[in-house]
Design a protein around this ligand. Structure first.
Ligand code: ADP
Ligand code: ADP
Ligand code: MG
Length: 499
């Protein structure tokens, strides 16, 4: 049994992990950079220690400082969250060497899956369908040319060490192939310190559907069903849902089996995600394994009614998984929206500032995982994701309606946010029909999604806001449409809003 666990992270995920630790009677140890000294993840912890500095390199990425704190605080284990050091095999090894349990898979699995070429070859050998392509020697240019001709253009050049949506290059025609391979290798060397690249067929209009997997140290492996993550900007997800709309039971079962086979092939322990892309013929292909808790894990939690962080801790303590495959059933529908301080009308440019007004929506089936509060500063140093708004309802239609309501009752002032944009997506006919793929937002950019009726609402809201609450409005009005569209409801129906 763990008594004390250090969370090597910040923001909403540190808050979320703290909650489960405390529920289990385990002390949560927070770490923080200088500007995070007063953040919710620090205030809610049982103990907190300063890392100093502000940039990730000075703070949350400092393995030496984290290890020193872990040892002096006497923690049993470290939870890495996502991002930062969560998929860093050297960090997992450092924990091991200091006699501290790393809550995640083993270092060798982390490093094998962090290499997209090794991962793909391993999965191919295990019989998991992979995207057709070339993972061999890149100097064999004639062979590569032949493979590309066979699978057909466009093709995609990817970096073995790529991640976070970076390190991919599209090749439209044979004449561009050689220069793309050379350019991609150069870029990968510069960005990841690893110039190895591979080639795969570019799947047009794919859906991104991933499976949550879980393994323990007793040889049990299960999948916890899927998450549909096709609504992406810059290859990064912003809306996720479970179950995936329109996925047939047969394809779901085949994908679940492939995900479990993938996990077994690498001796996977703890929580992980097998990502697939699905083409318009419902053929699915392995993309990669993320060896950590995923940002979008709450939608799985709501649909299967399990606490994934609790399961992570159980497995890390050496106990068997708290559920078998037969215990896991999908019930109802969950959607997550990532609430970002960014401007959808200006290439999703991050927005910084102080949260002058910040009110989270409440209600049955509404969950907000956040790492900020009113007065928090949003800076350039960290990811501009403020929170995750997650809803559960008995079916997709009800979940959509609940999410639209919740987004409307989530007033945020002081930074530009994407809440109105998210609402526009959810209300769009194609989204409502489940007609989605990874190019949805290229097809329907922010301006095209905006409903004329909403623009009228907006004018009305601006007038109401100006009348009812003159203080701070100069600022609100200068923020552009996003905030105003969100605040309209609580402000217009003034009774519901207490300032
Ligand atoms: P998810 O599928 O959970 O959204 P992502 O792959 O988008 O996961 O990454 C989750 C977090 O990890 C994000 O904060 C992202 O910026 C970060 N991340 C992922 N890969 C890298 C990388 N190679 N370099 C830096 N950050 C990364
Ligand atoms: P990362 O480590 O950056 O998350 P992935 O391999 O998971 O890299 O790819 C990220 C996204 O890029 C996918 O969600 C998908 O939208 C797109 N993508 C990746 N490979 C392909 C492909 N072969 N064809 C079409 N789109 C792809
Ligand atoms: Mg990915």
């Amino acid at each position: 049994m763990f008594r004390k666990v250090l969370i090597a992270n910040r923001g909403e995920i540190a808050v979320r992990v703290t909650r489960t630790l405390q529920e289990m009677g385990i002390a949560a140890v927070a770490v923080y950079s200088d500007m995070d000294a007063e953040s919710p993840h620090v205030l809610g912890a049982d103990e907190a220690y300063s890392l100093g500095g502000n940039t990730p390199a000075e703070s949350y990425l400092r393995v030496d400082k984290l290890m020193a704190i872990a040892k002096s605080a006497g923690v049993d284990a470290v939870h890495p969250g996502y991002g930062f050091l969560s998929e860093n095999a050297a960090f997992a090894t450092a924990c091991q060497e200091n006699g501290i349990t790393f809550i995640g898979p083993t270092p060798d699995v982390i490093s094998a899956m962090g290499d997209k070429i090794i991962a793909k070859k391993t999965m191919e050998e295990a019989g998991v369908p992979v995207v057709p392509g070339w993972t061999g020697d890149v100097s064999q240019i004639e062979e590569i040319r032949q493979v590309a001709d066979e699978i057909g253009y466009p093709v995609l050049v990817k970096a073995a060490a790529g991640g976070g949506g970076k390190g991919m290059r599209l090749v439209q025609e044979p004449a561009q192939l050689v220069s793309a391979l050379e350019g991609a290798a150069r870029e990968a060397e510069k960005a990841f310190g690893d110039g190895r690249i591979f080639l795969e067929k570019y799947i047009t209009r794919p859906r991104h559907i991933e499976f949550q997997i879980f393994g323990d140290t007793h040889g049990n492996v299960v999948h916890l069903f899927e998450r549909e993550c096709s609504i992406q900007r810059r290859h990064q997800k912003i809306i996720e849902e479970s179950p995936a709309p329109g996925l047939s039971p047969e394809v779901r079962e085949a994908m679940g089996k492939a995900a479990v086979a993938a996990a077994k092939a690498i001796g996977y322990t703890n929580a992980g995600t097998v990502e697939f892309i699905v083409d318009d013929q419902n053929r699915f292909y392995f993309l990669e394994v993320n060896t950590r808790l995923q940002v979008e894990h709450p939608i799985t939690e709501l649909v299967i009614r399990q606490d994934l962080v609790r399961a992570q801790l159980t497995v890390a303590m050496g106990h068997p998984l708290p559920f078998t495959q037969r215990d896991i059933v999908q019930d109802g529908h969950a959607i997550e929206c990532r609430i970002y301080a960014e401007d959808p009308d200006n290439q999703f440019l991050p927005s910084t500032g102080t949260l002058q007004l910040y009110r989270e929506p409440h209600g049955p089936g509404i969950r907000v995982d956040s790492g900020v509060r009113q007065g928090s500063a949003v800076t350039i140093h960290y990811d501009p994701m403020l929170s995750k708004l997650i809803v559960w309802a008995k079916d997709r239609t009800a979940a959509l309606a609940k999410m639209v309501w919740a987004l409307k009752h989530y007033p945020i002032l002081g930074v530009t946010t994407n809440t109105a944009f998210l609402r526009d997506i959810l209300l769009h006919e194609a989204f409502v029909q489940g007609d989605i793929d990874t190019h949805f937002l290229e097809r329907y950019p922010a301006a095209s999604l905006r409903q004329p009726a909403q623009q009228q609402d907006l004018a009305l809201a601006m007038a109401a806001v100006a009348l009812e609450r003159p203080i701070g409005m100069g600022q609100a009005l200068s923020q552009g449409s996003d905030n105003l569209a969100v605040i309209q409801d609580p402000w217009v129906t003034a009774g519901a809003w207490r300032g």
